[in-house]
Design a protein around this ligand. Sequence first.
Ligand code: V55
Ligand code: FE
Length: 487
Amino acid sequence: VAAQASNVRSGFAAPKRFEADVEDCDVVGEIPTEIHGAFVRVGGEWFYPPKFADDAPLHADGYVSSFRFHKGKVRYKGRWIRTARFLSNLERGRQRFGYYRNRFTDDDDVRHLDGSVLNTAPIAHARKLFALKEDTLAHELDPNTLALKGSCDFDGAYKSQTFTAHPKIDAATGEMFAFGYEATGPASNDLFLYVIDRHGSVTREVRIKLPYVSMAHDMALTERHILFPFGGYVTSMTRLREGKVHWGWDRTLPSYIGMLPRDGEAKDIRWFRGPERGMLHTFNARSESNRVILEAPFMDSNLFPFFPAVDGSAWDPHKARARIRRVTFDLNSNDDRWQEEILFSFPVVDLARIDTRYMGHPSRFGFAGFHDPARPFQGTHGGIVPGPPTNSYGRFDFSTGTFTSYFAGPTCALQECCFVPRRPGAPEGDGYLIGTASNFAEMRTELIIADAQRLDEGDVARVVLPFRSDAQIHGIWVDASELPFVV
Ligand code: V55
Ligand code: FE
């Protein structure tokens, strides 16, 4: 996220604009032949510069790429996500859309179009691939060509106008738990939850009112509960009419974590309250008799400098650092507070990953990038590196409080990783971590493949792209059996 803290358009982040296919990519080391499937990543790059220089980088045009693994070889494909916004900008040769999620600031003649950039996360479900952005519906992509097929309302059963970038798929049942916030329109405090079975049919809807409208970016799932953490970010129709970026930060408001029993109705939601917190991504959660336990890399305040404080105070980089926390809820108590414990003392990138075969069930390990200050860095000639580079991936053991780490080398900054099981049925955390590195010395993107059990030994292979790829937000591992891939 640090690499996207501003709309830099030089050095490693200079505009590229092209699409690419690379057959049988150049590899350093050896790709384990048991890896069969695709690493699909979604991110963004401003095709045309933003209409307002201080717009949120979260509003950059969506780009999807895939690394297809088969028999020790890798094929790369990268495509712009050809949204209505992308196409109408291309037609005029300039940016016609205004501030992040503020349609009042768009050119008059594009306000009727879906302005989403679809740049946040991919998900594979019910043999379909989707690109997600929390300001619109899920949009289907062709898993082979990566072409945008269109929006999906699940046969009319999905009524929210928006779909989260972070649905959770129960690893045992294959059910997808998804929600939309601002579900009935901009600045509405409606959050609609949906359960979508493994065939893609909506089986449940719960309509919830949030205590205040805020960015509900992620959720967490246990065997008995659904958690909705959010807080701090505020918006209103007044704010939007004033022509501001969608979110401001209000440090006087409590943070909230809503807890809904899996089989509960809206009246059954319990709102726990906490202090000022930046709560975006979660690792995983579990229900244990009378307790619910969540692990997540939360911040003390606003992560994003481009969403300004409503009281005019300056953004605080110190409070924007994420630290891995355990949040515990006591279900026997009537208290509406949670208990919080910091599990690792140093900051991490807030992009939290797990072995997704345990999603919604008790798990032990989390994976995240971080900056290890003890490691050397010589990558500055690649352009602006805003803040300390993410030079390491960590495997964090939440049960022992210990971690192991992978160092990407002195000229690289890492993007979010994801976990690939070594084989079906392998124990939790037995597999590979894969993720892209920006190599500032070579000015190219490399895909790292490291053994998750032996991170300290370095990578087992690197796929070398002969160019700078886009700035990823989130990526997923898709096993070959999950999508109708044409070999
Ligand atoms: C996030 C990212 C987004 C967004 C809202 O990491 C929140 C949080 C890349 O887009 O639109
Ligand atoms: Fe996210």
